[in-house]
Write a protein that binds this ligand. Structure first.
Ligand code: 26Q
Length: 857
């Protein structure tokens, strides 16, 4: 065995040297870390390519049903470290790098963080691909290769600055341009009718504008301890590199921006999550994804089928939120055109193939497109949507005769708008929410009419996260703690975590857990000390922070009013006021840590960040309070920083207004890393509490979803009354206005504006304190006292934390993907055929001895 390991290490070293010389003309000692990273990735890639080819060939030959996952967003983060984790090669590679005198973390951090998504929805898509690959389902993910992903956030005096995210600056060893798979996507043009041979009317578009979509593939490696791992393709479309997309005539006519419009379609990710929808280029992006991916799916199908007869049997398409909902219209169009289907037949096949996941209940995030905008950009698809809508409205009338108001509410087209959710629901066989509460809200409120018409279509699939990236990779010490006690089965069978609960009251385990947490907290502090400038800190020396004994209170997610960072900040303000009056008022030291981006056009979210900054600064400058309390805002939250922050968390803030967070997935990541949750009864928090059991879930608080809904309905909520009747609230609110936290007029205006939004709202637009921040603040405050009580008993805290981890088995993305596969897609696993693998290995090179993994036995 040790011979094999030595041999493998030597092999990898040689392969890296080989690539340094053959692709960069570098000797090992002269190579920069960036060059070394590239050579190293190339070496690893050889292994990946073999399995990737074998996986693809096996799937094609098996003629099995496939899932095509369509998503406008992904958040893969960095690939190398995760890839090494999933082929179980981390230790081997650490030894290789040690021998070659390179730092493991240094090399991994060369890679840019791929952030071609906004947050939860995109990261979920990436976790799902990890599970699809690990479980060996036949799958392809489709998305957009935005040249600029989610902006880089910098903070200047508490003001969010957005900088372009240039993740493509260096050549990316993990992506493969596939010129032979490029397709054309049609926009605009004029709809004309013609008669076919049988004298029937057929439709066609003339004078359309063609845009070339070029795919780039990323390999997504499934976890496997043998060398027979599967590799799933993530195919990302780009309009950037195709010269014909540039319209020279328009350029020559002086219309510069119009000339470049089509080369620019995939340039930038829209940085909004859950707010501000409806921009023109966004519609072009959405249709590009849909049309290019569907053409690719048809090609894929045609490789093993001579007709479309088996299409409905072999193809399953998952629509990730309504962003790719034009799939319904476009698939109908293609089936009519390529299969001579009637509209009804095409609709039936489409419905058999498609299913749709909803990710939000916020009205402002529900996609609607202006009718004439769609008619101009997509004339044929518009006509099809009209025809589909006619069929749909007639079916509603059949089922609910005389109920015209219902028809109006459910119609796909209304008030000059096309309602994407309505289209997605009518064209899908299943619609799911992402946590039980959320799915119930869909059935009972948002899509009530649709549920009454199609009760069998509605279902729930609670979200999950991949334990490979979010525990095994990012928290190796805790992973080893678990494996020592229950074995390593949890890495692919997360439900085995239950076996951990007997260790919760074992003192040695508790002590070891505390040691690990301390180390992770220290590692986070060391990382923070390296950041250029941290808002609220004078210098980033270690004394800018509290030590590892302090409670690390973590609130990390996109900044949005419903996620209530403002409530947490107001609580920190209350703590500050208490400690100022009496520095010994609190039992435990606390670091309140925030991170998250605000959508660039979302003023209130940006105001909240600035408030946090003002508060952090005020506390920092207060010598009496700062030894006990700190507030910190870590800029540019992304997958890579999450991997550092999450393992260091003691307390996880999941405090959204109940009824508004569809699921949350950060809640799961923090819990599997041993944090306790202070949380409302919202999204997946509820199911997490049920699985962990109430006994070990002590910090639930706040009004229920039902109570909040009732207050909205009867307009009974008055924040002013609350403030008047409670001195703690009154004092905190007063600090927003009395200039005690601010240094200039602009800051004063910001804080006053938050004050006004809580007390007055905006006439005719928004009621005061729309997200019930003040209404839950006192309950939050009381619960935070309980947090401190428990935290002052570290062993007892550890006991709770271990029980929390043990209860997290159901929240693996593997579980979610199995549910989709069994209940929605009807999908079978297709592992790479060993004979195929062997054939490709032989073809690759029978004599090649430079391999990272032992040869398969
Ligand atoms: C739509 C149109 C135009 C521009 C942008 C958008 C847009 C983009 C992203 C609308 C919404 C989103 C993102 C939504 C999102 O991330 N939702 C989150 O999904 C997670 C995974 O299911 C859940 O855990 C979160 O609760 C939910 O907020």
């Amino acid at each position: 065995m040790s011979f094999t390991l030595e041999y493998q290490i030597e092999s990898v070293i040689n392969k890296i040297k080989h690539y340094l010389i053959t692709t960069m003309g570098r000797s090992l000692d002269a190579a920069s870390d960036a060059e070394f990273y590239r050579a190293f990735s190339y070496a690893l890639r050889e292994e990946v390519m073999i399995n990737w080819t074998a996986t693809r060939n096996t799937i094609e030959k098996s003629k099995s049903r496939k899932i095509y996952y369509l998503s406008m967003e992904y958040m893969p983060g960095r690939l190398l470290g995760n890839n090494l984790t999933n082929i179980a090669a981390i230790e081997l590679v650490q030894q290789v790098l040690k021998k070659m005198n390179r730092g493991f973390k240094t090399i991994l951090s060369i890679e840019p963080d791929i952030g071609i998504g906004n947050g939860g929805l995109g990261r979920l898509a990436s976790c799902f691909l990890d599970s699809l690959a690990t479980l060996q389902y036949p799958a392809i993910g489709y998305g957009m290769r935005y040249h600029y992903g989610i902006f880089e956030q910098a903070l200047w005096c508490g003001i969010q600055l957005e900088r372009p995210d240039c993740w493509l600056l260096l050549e990316n060893p993990w992506e493969f341009r596939r010129d032979s798979h490029a397709v054309n996507v049609d926009f605009n043009g004029k709809l004309v009718t013609m008669k076919n041979a049988r004298g029937e009317t057929v439709y066609s578009v003339v004078d359309q504008e063609q845009v070339r979509a070029l795919p780039y593939d990323l390999p997504i490696i499934g976890y496997n301890t043998s060398s027979n791992f599967s590799v799933v393709t993530l195919r990302l479309w780009s309009t950037k590199e195709s010269p014909h997309n540039f319209q020279l005539q328009r350029y020559n006519a002086g219309q510069l921006d119009q000339a470049a419009e089509n080369t620019c379609i995939t340039d930038v990710l829209y940085p909004n999550d859950n707010n501000e929808v409806g921009k023109r280029i966004r519609l072009k992006q959405e249709f590009l994804l849909v049309s290019a991916s569907l053409q690719d799916i048809f090609h894929h199908h045609a490789r093993t089928n001579s007709s479309l007869a088996n299409f409905a049997d072999e193809v399953r398409i998952q629509i990730n939120d309504t962003h790719p909902a034009l799939t319904i219209a476009e698939l109908v169009r293609m089936l009519i055109k390529n299969n001579n289907s009637t509209l009804e037949e095409a609709l039936e096949i489409t419905k058999t193939c498609c299913s749709y996941t909803n990710h939000t209940v916020l009205k402002e995030a529900l996609e609607e497109w202006n009718e004439s905008r769609i008619q101009n950009l997509l004339p044929r698809q518009y006509h099809i949507i009209q025809s589909i809508n006619q069929i749909f409205c007639n079916r509603i009338r059949e089922k609910f005769p005389g109920d015209e108001p219902r028809v109006q509410r459910m119609s796909i087209i209304g008030n000059g708008q096309i309602k994407m959710a309505n289209l997605a629901i009518f064209g899908s066989h299943h619609i799911n929410g992402v946590a039980k509460l959320h799915s119930d809200i869909l059935k009972q409120e948002m899509f009530k009419d649709f549920y009454e018409m199609f009760p069998d279509r509605f279902t729930n699939v609670t979200n999950g996260v991949t334990q490979r990236r979010w525990l095994l990779y990012c928290n190796p010490a805790l992973a080893a703690f678990i494996t020592t006690r229950i074995g390593s089965g949890w890495v692919s069978h997360f439900e085995e975590l239950r076996k951990l609960s007997p260790f919760a009251n074992d003192k040695i385990s508790q002590e070891e857990f505390i040691t690990i947490k301390h180390c992770n907290k220290q590692a986070l502090l060391d990382y923070l000390a390296t950041l250029d400038s941290l808002p609220g800190c004078h210098s980033n020396s270690h004394n800018s922070f509290l030590g590892v004994d302090a409670l690390f209170d973590i609130h990390i997610k996109r900044v949005h009013e419903y996620k209530r960072q403002l409530m947490n900040a107001l609580h920190a303000l209350i703590l500050y006021q208490e400690l100022k009056a009496n520095p010994l008022a609190r039992k435990v030291k606390r670091m309140v840590i925030f991170a998250g981006k605000a959508a660039p056009g979302y003023k209130t979210a940006k105001d909240i960040i600035r408030f946090i900054y003002c508060l952090a600064r005020t506390i920092m400058q207060d010598e009496k309070v700062s030894p006990y309390l700190r507030v910190l805002f870590i800029p540019n939250y992304n997958v890579s920083s999450a991997e550092k922050i999450i393992p260091a968390a003691d307390l996880s803030e999941q405090i959204s207004t109940a009824g508004m967070e569809a699921s949350g997935t950060g809640n799961m990541k923090l819990t599997i890393n041993g944090a306790l949750t202070i949380g409302t009864e919202d999204g997946a928090n509820i199911e997490m509490r049920e699985s962990v059991t109430n006994t070990w879930w002590p910090f639930a608080f706040g009004k229920s979803s039902e109570e909040n809904r009732q207050m909205q309905r009867d307009h009974s909520y008055s924040p002013l009354r609350l403030i008047e009747s409670n001195p703690i609230l009154a004092q905190a609110m007063e600090a927003l206005r009395n200039r005690s936290l601010i240094e200039n007029d602009a800051e004063h205006e910001t804080l006053c504006s938050l004050y006004t939004s809580l007390t007055e709202g905006i006439p005719y637009e928004s009621p005061p304190d729309r997200y019930f921040v003040l209404n839950d603040l006192l309950s939050f405050y009381a619960t935070q006292k309980k947090v401190e009580d428990l935290y002052s008993n570290p062993l007892r805290w550890a006991e709770y934390a271990i029980h929390n981890i043990a209860g997290m088995g159901p929240f693996s993305a593997d579980v979610a993907i199995k549910t989709y596969a069994e209940k929605i897609w009807g999908l079978q696993v297709v592992p790479p055929d060993p004979a195929e693998l062997e054939k490709i290995r032989a073809e690759y090179s029978e004599l090649d001895r430079c391999r990272i993994l032992p040869k398969a036995n």
